[in-house]
Each structure stands twice: as structure tokens, then as C-alpha cells.
Design a protein around this ligand. Structure first.
Ligand SMILES: [Zn+2]
Length: 211
């Protein structure tokens, strides 16, 4: 897997270096949560962290998105910037929903490469398959809509690219261990009352075992 070396990531994580935001994600084994380099939560001990080149790779490894630094809000700034145009094009197409209705074959055809080549490129640069990247893209789209709009759950499910409300709920239960409704309540509680102490989401022990 091609990405920044661990020392560079570790330095960026400890110093909360915003130039690295979007370049990598940090999974914390003790909590099962993954974060952006700019997460406001006190950094975990180095011995407990792993670095991933994409949010999808962190999720594929069993980590949940942090509710404080919101990985879905990270800028698009992959570590390879500028040099891997096929992967970038693929990412933009996936972000636009290319894998929500049709399969990887159609996507690779549009890119003019074979599906195996596409899979290899994704594994190398993102540490995840096109399908895993598409799943994370849908979840992130939906999470942003949950936080930023008043759309109904059914509308969000459709707009984010889930085939059904049921699928939307199932994927959120898997990725966040919470229903979309719970996440929205949490977001509105946060924006209404700034009185309470900050929540310590990433300090919470995970309830499911690591792969
Ligand atoms: Zn975080």
C-alpha cells in the first residue's frame, strides 16, 4: 500500500497538522474509532494507533467514524495528489454515484481500464476496494445530509444513494453502531446547547471486537 510513512503520519497526528487533513486517517485500537489528523480529542497513545490512506480503508478494518472530527467533512486531499489521475477520476465518479446503481464493470469501462486493474489501483492507493470506497462515500453523503439539512430519513436515504430506507438504516448500524435518527438527535443537541461539557466520543470503549 502506498502512502505516507508512519513517522510522518505520527508527527502530523500529534501536532494536529491541518496540512495533512484528508491525506490519512488514524484508527485507535482501544476505542475502535478513526479520526482526521485535526481531531480535537486528546491524541491516543502511539502504540494504539494505525494509519490508513482513506476513510474507506479505516472502515474496512473495522473502525467507526469519529463523531467529533467527522471524517466525512475532511477535504479531498489524497497523499498522491496530482499523480494518479485514474484513481482520482474513479473517486470523482464514485462520489457522483457511479457505483450506487451499477457495478464496478461499468465504472472501469468508463475509465477505459479493466476491473482487476481498477481494483489493484484502489488497493494500492486507498487501501480499499471500489465497492468499499463507494459504501463509505454513501455513508459520508448521508451523514452530511443528516447534519446539515432537515430532509426526512427517506429523502436522505435516496439522495445519498442507498436503494432503500432499510438499507440506509442497516449500513448506519454497521458503520456507526447507531441509527441515523440517533445521530441526528445528537447533532441537533450539540448545535442547540453549547452548555454541556464536550463529549468524549473517541474515549468510549468499543463494544464489538476487532477483526
Ligand atoms: Zn476524531
Amino acid at each position: 500500500m502506498q502512502m505516507l510513512d508512519a513517522q510522518e503520519c505520527e508527527r502530523a497526528r500529534i501536532t494536529r497538522d491541518s496540512r495533512y487533513d484528508g491525506c490519512f486517517f488514524t484508527g485507535v485500537r482501544t476505542t475502535g474509532i478513526y479520526c482526521r489528523p485535526v481531531c480535537p480529542v486528546r491524541p491516543a497513545r502511539a502504540v494504539n494507533v494505525s494509519f490508513f490512506p482513506s476513510a474507506a480503508a479505516a472502515e474496512a478494518a473495522g473502525f467507526r467514524p469519529c463523531l467529533r472530527c467527522r471524517p466525512e467533512a475532511a477535504p479531498f486531499s489524497p497523499a498522491w495528489k496530482g499523480s494518479r489521475t485514474t484513481v482520482e477520476r474513479a473517486l470523482r465518479l464514485i462520489d457522483g454515484g457511479a457505483l450506487d446503481g451499477s457495478g464496478v464493470e461499468v465504472l472501469s469501462h468508463r475509465l477505459g481500464i479493466g476491473t482487476r486493474h481498477l481494483s489493484r489501483l484502489f488497493q494500492k492507493h486507498l487501501g480499499a476496494s471500489p465497492i468499499e470506497v463507494a459504501k463509505t462515500a454513501r455513508v459520508q453523503r448521508a451523514k452530511r445530509l443528516l447534519d446539515e439539512t432537515d430532509l426526512s430519513m427517506a429523502q436522505i436515504a435516496m439522495r445519498a444513494g442507498f436503494g432503500s430506507l432499510r438499507r440506509f438504516n442497516a449500513v448506519f448500524a454497521e458503520v456507526y453502531a447507531r441509527s441515523p435518527t440517533e445521530l441526528r438527535k445528537r447533532a441537533s443537541a450539540r448545535s442547540l446547547g453549547r452548555l454541556g461539557p464536550p463529549t468524549r466520543e473517541t474515549d468510549r470503549p468499543r463494544s464489538r471486537s476487532m477483526p
